[in-house]
Design a protein around this ligand. Structure first.
Ligand code: NAG
Ligand code: NAG
Ligand code: NAG
Ligand code: NAG
Ligand code: NAG
Ligand code: NAG
Ligand code: NAG
Ligand code: NAG
Ligand code: NAG
Length: 209
């Protein structure tokens, strides 16, 4: 029984990694996907007073676009730094297709709407900096999919609801900054499981208990 189970798994993996359709569907990654995702992020910006996004045009490969950092060899986006550009808009769920992302910095803008739950697909993400925006709604529980997360800065937004207890499953999390929102409920016990933690900042919310 055990060996036929193992063989069927082996065959499945041989099938998986020899099938171009499946590998691209399951892992869905290519440099073209990254370009599409960046353009989708740009498309949800409704106000760009500094005309920053005119620099994201076809005269330059997307790895040369300001605010974008790519890996040297694979030409995939590893960091996106749109901080302090007076941008107004929502954050496209396409950001989750930038599967090589390690850092997102949107601080000091006016992003509104929700933090897309799709962000949980970014398992390489280390820094999520969204401080000083107008993000509203709940912190998606799905952020627990960001298993490499070290820093999560969500201060000075309009977030509501409670802190998802799933945050307590992120083994590398060091800094959690949620100050100046309208979060409520109990601070989940699971956060006591964060063995790498260095700082929590929860001031000026509506917590109980
Ligand atoms: C993606 O990479 C391939 C192979 O390196 C290259 O030919 C193509 O121009 C790249 N496309 C984009 C959008 O960067
Ligand atoms: C296209 O982007 C480049 C930099 O990425 C910029 O120098 C150039 O002015 C832009 N072109 C237009 C027409 O905006
Ligand atoms: C934000 O950008 C403005 C210029 O547009 C600059 O004066 C200010 O110091 C920047 N703030 C931060 C925190 O970087
Ligand atoms: C990228 O993400 C969006 C929204 O999450 C999705 O609809 C789309 O199919 C994804 N894939 C590609 C290859 O763009
Ligand atoms: C915000 O995130 C970036 C990654 O994009 C990181 O390099 C930077 O140090 C962070 N900024 C702050 C103030 O923590
Ligand atoms: C939640 O995150 C997982 C990865 O952990 C991802 O596969 C899934 O698409 C995300 N769900 C939503 C609703 O975005
Ligand atoms: C962030 O927003 C708060 C409230 O609007 C403001 O007091 C603070 O100065 C902002 N931080 C920066 C670096 O601009
Ligand atoms: C914060 O949330 C509470 C309910 O949890 C609500 O009564 C209050 O009006 C909210 N405050 C703001 C400033 O949105
Ligand atoms: C903390 O982690 C342990 C081991 O993974 C688990 O059994 C326990 O339920 C967790 N505690 C909370 C409050 O989530």
């Amino acid at each position: 029984m055990a060996s036929s189970f193992a063989i069927s798994h082996l065959l499945f993996f041989i099938f998986l990694f020899h099938s171009p359709y499946l590998t691209s569907a399951v892992l869905h990654t290519s440099n073209a996907t990254d370009k599409l995702a960046l353009l989708a992020i740009k498309a949800e910006i409704t106000h760009d007073p500094l005309e920053f996004f005119t620099s994201w045009n076809d005269s330059v490969h997307f790895c040369g676009w300001p605010a974008v950092t790519c890996g040297r060899l694979h030409q995939r986006v590893t960091n996106l730094n749109l901080a302090n550009l007076s941008l107004v808009g929502t954050l496209s769920p396409y950001i989750s297709n930038l599967t090589f992302l390690k850092g997102i910095n949107l601080e000091l803008n006016t992003f509104h709407g929700r933090i897309p739950a799709e962000i949980g697909g970014l398992f390489r993400l280390r820094h999520l900096n969204l401080t000083n925006n107008s993000f509203a709604g709940e912190i998606p529980a799905n952020v627990s999919g960001c298993s490499s997360l070290v820093l999560i800065r969500l201060g000075w937004n309009r977030l509501t609801g409670s802190i998802p207890s799933q945050l307590g499953t992120l083994p590398k999390l060091e800094r959690v900054h949620f100050h100046y929102n309208n979060l409520s409920g109990l601070i989940p016990e699971s956060l006591g499981n964060l063995s790498s933690i260095k700082s929590f900042s929860f001031a000026v919310n509506n917590f109980q208990g």
